[in-house]
Ligand binder design. Structure first.
Ligand SMILES: Nc1ncnc2c1ncn2[C@@H]1O[C@H](COP(=O)(O)OP(=O)(O)OP(=O)(O)O)[C@@H](O)[C@H]1O
Ligand SMILES: [Mg+2]
Length: 250
């Protein structure tokens, strides 16, 4: 189906077009063809788990959506709330309401927790206030004067998420937020992600810990070698032993 047809169908349908629509995206690192025609929709306020084996293309897909220059998006469309993102640079996609929390968290050295957050706020009161962020992450409030890079791994992940929320975002893109964290800390972050969802924010959650991600997510997309092998509800994945064994090793 062509993009024109897709949009025509979307216009003619009784239901509104998806909030975030990724349509047939193809992305390259130099000559390496990595994201090979990925399409999926994300509805407003839902949590979508983006899963798949190591090297399946999850990070590359998130980066392409966030309009990071590497990998280069050569074909396809990305729409957020009726705005086309595919021709935007990453700072424009960010202004349009997307926030990517990369796997390495990128806490700024030499700055306190609060300074890290204030730097991200840009133009309060458009973004979230510090009080609202500390309500969501009490641990960060308790440690607001501590240098960000001296936080524990879990606290740094919380700071990275809080920093993304400090702007007025619509979509949170999380790359393996549970990586390297103890189960009790993962429990805490999971509860916070549910609270973020309750505030109306849409999330794409990339996780190796598929069972955890599926417990929290409404829907799931599974990638394999740069293409989609499943798009459905999280419950369908949990109920499908074959799918779990083949693509998620669970
Ligand atoms: N900068 C790069 N240059 C060239 N190839 C890359 C680059 N980054 C990733 N790739 C390749 O792209 C493919 C997809 O990688 P990607 O990081 O998107 O996978 P992933 O699903 O996030 O994997 P993981 O679960 O290990 O994080 C892999 O084959 C990887 O080697
Ligand atoms: Mg990855």
């Amino acid at each position: 189906m062509s993009t024109d047809t897709l949009h025509k169908n979307a216009n003619h349908a009784q239901t509104a077009p998806a909030f975030l629509s990724v349509w047939d995206i193809h992305a390259y690192y130099g000559e390496s063809y990595i994201v090979q025609g990925v399409s999926f929709n994300v509805h407003e306020g839902e949590i979508l788990a983006l899963l798949g084996r190591n090297g399946a293309g999850k990070t590359s897909t998130l980066r392409a959506i966030a309009r990071v220059s590497d990998p280069e998006l050569k074909r396809g469309e990305i729409w957020l709330d009726h705005q086309p993102l595919h021709n935007m640079a990453s700072h424009q996609a960010s202004a349009a309401g997307l926030a990517l929390v990369p796997e390495d968290r990128r806490i700024i050295a030499g700055l306190t927790v609060e300074e890290n957050l204030k730097l991200a706020q840009i133009a309060p009161p458009i973004g979230w206030s510090l009080d609202r962020l500390y309500d969501l992450f009490p641990r960060l409030g308790e440690r607001k004067n501590q240098e960000g890079t001296t936080l524990s791994g879990g606290e740094q992940q919380m700071l990275a998420i809080a920093r993304a929320l400090a702007r007025d975002i619509k979509v949170l893109l999380l790359d393996e937020p549970y990586e390297g964290l103890a189960p009790v800390i993962v429990d805490e972050i999971e509860k916070t992600l549910a609270l973020i969802k309750a505030q109306g924010i849409t999330t794409i959650l990339v996780e190796q810990n598929a069972v955890r991600a599926l417990k929290l997510a409404d829907r799931a997309v599974i990638l394999d070698t740069g293409g989609i092998v499943f798009d459905g509800t999280a419950a369908e994945v949990l109920d499908n032993a074959e799918l779990r064994a083949e693509y998620l090793a669970i």
